[in-house]
Design a protein around this ligand. Structure first.
Ligand code: ZN
Ligand code: ZN
Length: 110
């Protein structure tokens, strides 16, 4: 498992703030950098140790699988929250999109 087959993020920047207890991603508007923080999703194995280093192999495997799911969910959420610039395809927030039928990012309007 290398994670190389993971889908690219909807936004250019995505922060992975996941830890041993929960999965958390923050995405940023491609234009103004506005933060979109996803609801943290708790790791299902409540008895898992506090530190990832102390996980058993099985716990690690479950964590990896749930981490991938959480990543997908964060991106799905971004897809419905953000607008796609009709010109360059950037993912932008509603402030940057202005026209929601044909969103064009500020960079492309200039
Ligand atoms: Zn923006
Ligand atoms: Zn654009």
């Amino acid at each position: 498992m290398t994670g190389d087959n993971r889908l690219p993020s909807v936004t250019k920047r995505i922060d992975d703030e996941s830890d041993a207890k929960q999965f958390q991603f923050t995405l940023y508007c491609d234009c103004c950098g506005m933060r979109f923080r996803n609801q943290p999703i708790p790791f299902s194995v409540a008895s898992a140790p506090d530190r990832f280093e102390d996980f058993t192999l099985i716990q690690r495997m479950i964590w990896e699988a749930e981490h991938d799911d959480a990543y997908e969910r964060a991106n799905q959420h971004a897809l419905i929250t953000l607008f796609r610039c009709a010109v360059c395809g950037s993912a932008v927030c509603e402030d940057c999109a202005t026209d929601y039928d044909t969103p064009v990012c500020p960079d492309c309007r200039n």
